[in-house]
Write a protein that binds this ligand. Structure first.
Ligand code: NDP
Length: 507
């Protein structure tokens, strides 16, 4: 089918390389057992977020496709991958990191086209973040030792030790906001631990997962180690969560879907990691450097147009600096450039879909009706732009009773409220069900450390927002889920520990 005219002209304006155009305009199938399957039969529409036009077709996968992928993953686990020496595994993962790095421009274009996100962010965050994660975890492949434990109560002479074994076949279900990076967060550690993986990208953003699987195959990963199954979440994701051949489910997505897949996964006693949503609080005290705080707060909420799990979406600011901070945030938000993802100058880009844009607008309308005071941005209903871009929107005088301060919006909307005492700020920041991230801004070191200890969150940023490093575990508390991605802590999620007892002679 010829490419849609609006998309064609969008791509020409930003000189999308021909090889990228070719990749994104063919129908997208699955990647199972080392090869991409052709699309036969019903297709889903893959829509480009800026033009809102159909980019290409996506296979509407079935439970049978998920089953084929799980069988391929099992075959690789019991075959070449399971027998591969750890150093060889390490070498392959490092080679994949190098290949992704060499492919950075291609991958950045895929993310900008598929998600509608800023290509500058894709170049600076998504691709290098994925590469770093593979590099970091490659080294762990050869360091997964058990321990020799001296038995303390057994009679006679014994040798007692533990070994670490891969948990088995992993299903990695990821959302659409950072498709490559979140997949890398799961794949790198799973591969290092010797697991094989079936990936389920969002039906909205399958492109980078398909590219990654293709590149992994080219660098020498055995067939079946990395599989990608495409289609609807409630079909493919559900099939993987229920599949008895899947040993571990690592899910990143919304809290309601996470709860549902978690229940399903427990029916077959899968190991489980849930990285879910957030409503991350930000505390700014009278002692903060306001210039620095405003810059980081703006980046912390408006990166990826607010479609970030740990976005700092509710700001508590102490009375003495309230007016000055609000003014800085207003000016900073109004200075952000709006535009399509392929425009390197654009900071605020289209939301992933029309349906999501409407959900965010609904939140904005409710903030207006619940009495929050608009500082800048969308005035309420009747303000839709055709391109799906929403202006960065800030409300002041918010309260925990309002949806804008309670529910995850996943769009460019920031709520602010003044506080008087630090105890009040901590109590209000810790209210609500989520516990993914929090941030503290203050020039007083003691104050920052004390506040960071009192905040109920898996990640706390001090005088910054959204710092991510492969060596640091990332994950939440409460409605934000459990288990960790990244850091050595993640390895346990992909390993089982076996205890071995040897009786030396007779007891
Ligand atoms: P969803 O929960 O809707 O979807 C996440 C993934 O689950 C997608 O691949 C989706 O597929 C799939 N899925 C949907 N329904 C089911 C089902 N019934 N069974 C199994 N799988 C299913 O989240 P979004 O994609 O909308 O992503 C946004 C959410 O992700 C936000 O809440 C955000 O906070 C969270 N997130 C959390 C992060 C973290 O590390 N804590 C990081 C990034 C995002 P499909 O899209 O095809 O329906």
């Amino acid at each position: 089918m010829p490419m849609d005219q609006a998309i064609d002209s969008y791509f020409k304006t930003f000189s999308v390389p021909p090889e990228v155009v070719a990749f994104v305009s063919r129908p997208i199938g699955h990647f199972i057992d080392g090869r991409e399957t052709a699309v036969a039969g019903a297709e889903l529409d893959l829509v480009e977020p800026f033009t809102r036009r159909r980019l290409t077709g996506l296979v509407n996968g079935t439970a049978a496709d998920a089953d084929r992928a799980v069988r391929a993953a099992r075959g690789a686990l019991e075959g070449p991958w399971g027998r591969m020496p750890a150093l060889e595994r390490q070498r392959l993962i490092l080679r994949l990191a190098d290949t992704l790095e060499a492919d950075a421009e291609f991958l950045a274009h895929l993310e900008a086209i598929d998600v509608g996100k800023s290509i500058s962010d894709a170049r600076a965050i998504d691709v290098p973040g994925a590469v770093a994660n593979f590099r970091y975890f490659a080294g762990w492949s050869s360091k997964l030792d058990g321990r020799t434990a001296g038995a303390v109560a057994l009679p006679g002479e014994t040798l007692t030790y533990t070994v670490k074994e891969p948990v088995g076949v992993v299903a990695a279900i990821v959302p659409w906001n950072f498709p490559l990076q979140t997949l890398a967060w799961k794949l790198a550690a799973a591969l290092a631990c010797g697991c094989t993986v079936v990936c389920k990208p969002s039906e909205l953003t399958p492109l980078s997962a398909m590219r990654l699987a293709q590149l992994a195959s080219e660098v020498g990963f055995p067939d079946g180690v990395i599989n990608v199954v495409n289609g609807l979440g409630h079909v493919i994701g559900q099939a993987l969560a229920a599949h008895p051949g899947v040993d571990k489910l690592s899910f990143t997505g919304s809290t309601p879907v996470g709860k549902a897949v978690g229940k399903t996964a427990l029916d077959t006693m899968k190991r489980l990691t849930l990285e879910l949503g957030g409503k991350s609080p930000v505390i700014v005290t009278d002692r903060a450097d306001l210039g620095r705080a405003a810059e980081a707060i703006l980046a912390g909420i408006f990166l990826n147009s607010g479609q970030v799990c740990d976005a700092g979406s509710r700001v508590y600011v102490q009375d003495g600096v309230h007016d000055a901070l609000v003014e800085r945030l207003r000016a900073g938000a109004e200075a952000l450039t709006l535009g399509p993802g392929l425009d390197p100058a654009a900071r605020i880009t289209p939301l992933i879909s029309g349906a999501h844009r409407d959900r965010v607008l609904d939140h904005i309308a409710s903030a207006h009706s619940e009495g929050a005071k608009l500082v800048t941005g969308e005035p309420g209903t009747g303000t839709r732009r055709d391109d799906g871009i929403l202006r960065p929107t800030i409300f002041d005088e918010c309260a925990e009773t309002m949806r804008v301060f309670r529910e995850e919006i996943f769009g460019p909307v920031l709520g602010i409220s003044a506080f008087t005492t630090l105890d009040e700020a901590v109590a209000r920041a810790n209210s609500g069900d989520f516990g993914l991230a929090a941030a503290v801004y203050s020039g007083d070191v003691d104050e920052t450390i004390r506040l960071s200890r009192r905040l109920r969150a898996g990640n706390v940023y001090i005088n910054a927002h959204g710092l991510i490093d492969p060596a640091m575990p990332f994950g939440g508390l409460g409605a934000s889920g459990f288990g960790k991605d990244m850091g050595p802590e993640q390895l346990d999620g992909f390993l089982s520990t076996k205890s071995i007892y040897v009786q030396v002679g007779t007891a």
